[in-house]
Design a protein around this ligand. Structure first.
Ligand SMILES: Cc1cc2nc3c(=O)[nH]c(=O)nc-3n(C[C@H](O)[C@H](O)[C@H](O)COP(=O)(O)OP(=O)(O)OC[C@H]3O[C@@H](n4cnc5c(N)ncnc54)[C@H](O)[C@@H]3O)c2cc1C
Length: 385
């Protein structure tokens, strides 16, 4: 299941080696000191990870989503936070590539490919997360600038991001509500952009989640994504699909790390005169974990393949995100049980996996929301008159 190096994409195979040699030796120190991994991020840049999904004509590698899922799985097997540092960069570059004006693509994508600007996405607000259409941040056109006011919460990469895809309401009265939402490309050096705090978290260490206050933030009119008002909801939903592929892949990576630690430990630890791996109770766990993880990986690769050929794949990507993150939750807990008491201590990595996985069930659209999205798609497909 995890030794199929020869069948891997060469890019993914290289990352696997890099994670083994460069990430695993330093991850515990970075995690427990909650340190941003500057050197690893530089190395990821040199390996081409940040430019992977940017189209070739704008300086990127133009890879497909199947390769992307392999890359994110490998990074997250080392440390889930690395997958998160990459995530919003890929989401924002996708939104610009797909919906941006030619001027916006020329201005931002080459800089993003060179990692001179890392991307961040800011939708969530103090009063709303799942219900994106209820955002309260407002944008009013004054001359050749939009003036934006509001607050944004949990902005991943919020302190180090250099280009933010930010949702705001340009029309509060319109029905349906989503047509009143627009997306803006915001630089942190625009006047009125304030980072007010970093929010402490259970896990997902190293990477910052910020609160932003936008106090008469001034955004030039040419930074309205795509140059048209009222399309921001569509832009964000397309971006979130890419984000959900990232989260599904991250979950496969964390689940695999939990499994690999467990199967190694099960052959080292002895009780009642034999390896615990020889107890049927432990074998049942290992068998289920191995099967679950392979199913999650295949579902994620399939969803990525659908995203490669279709404009929208809400259902497929939602299924992968839902399933893979729940698998990761079970894998982290089962791995902890297999480790016994030491699994609950900071001497083993499994406590990190256990702290990291709940975020993936909530972030990028909660798993409850994924179920409703999947069901709506199924109801459409199975509609009876
Ligand atoms: C560490 C971290 C990083 C994040 N990074 C970002 C980021 O970079 N950018 C960004 O914009 N956001 C980010 N988020 C926000 C995240 O996407 C939201 O927290 C998430 O979408 C849920 O929104 P909420 O917290 O407002 O929960 P709510 O929407 O208030 O939901 C609360 C509960 O109600 C359930 N629920 C709500 N509506 C329904 C419904 N219709 N049907 C069934 N159940 C429902 C939810 O599933 C959940 O269980 C981040 C969050 C965290 C914790």
């Amino acid at each position: 299941m995890t030794t199929d190096t020869e069948s891997l994409d060469p890019f993914v195979a290289e990352l696997r080696r890099w994670v083994d040699n460069e990430v695993l030796p330093v991850v515990d120190e970075l995690e427990h000191s909650n340190t941003f991994p500057d050197k690893l991020v530089e190395a990821m840049r040199d390996l081409g990870v940040f430019e992977l999904m940017i189209p070739k004509e704008y300086g990127g590698l133009g890879a497909n989503y199947v390769t992307y899922t392999g890359v994110v799985e490998e990074l997250s097997r080392g440390w889930m936070s690395l997958g998160g540092i990459l995530n919003t960069h890929v989401i924002v570059s996708h939104m610009i590539s797909k919906f941006g004006t030619e001027d916006q693509k020329q201005r931002y994508l080459p800089q993003m490919a060179k990692v001179e600007r890392r991307g961040a996405l800011t939708i969530t607000e103090p009063n709303t997360g799942s219900d994106v259409q209820a955002i309260e941040t407002s944008a009013v056109l004054k001359g050749d600038e939009y003036v934006i006011n509001g607050s944004k919460l949990y902005v991943s990469n919020g302190r180090r991001g250099k280009i933010f895809a930010l949702l705001a309401k340009t029309d509060r009265e319109i029905d349906p509500r989503h047509r009143g939402i627009s997306c803006f490309l915001v630089q942190p050096d625009f006047p009125g952009f304030n980072i007010v705090r970093e929010i402490e978290k259970l896990g997902y260490k190293g990477i910052e989640a910020c609160e932003l206050h936008l106090d008469n933030l001034r955004v030039p009119v040419e930074n309205l994504l795509g140059g048209v008002e009222g399309r921001g909801f569509v832009h964000a939903m397309s971006g979130l699909e890419v984000g959900r592929l990232n989260v599904a892949s991250r979950a496969v990576g964390v689940a695999r790390a939990a499994f690999e630690d467990a199967i190694r430990y099960a052959q080292q630890r002895e009780t009642f005169g034999q390896q615990i791996a020889q107890h049927q109770a432990i074998q049942l766990k290992l068998g289920e974990m191995g099967t679950d993880i392979q199913a999650a990986r295949l579902l994620t690769r399939w969803a990525a393949g659908q995203k490669d050929v279709k404009d929208r794949s809400d259902m497929e990507v939602g299924m992968a995100k839902l399933f893979a993150t729940e698998v990761a939750g079970r894998a982290a807990l089962e791995s902890m049980r297999i480790h016994g008491g030491i699994g609950y201590t900071k001497e083993m990595r499994v406590e990190r996996y256990y702290r990291d996985v709940p975020f993936m069930m909530v972030g990028e659209g909660t798993n409850e929301i994924q179920k409703t999205v999947i069901a709506r798609n199924l109801l459409d497909r199975y509609r009876i008159d």
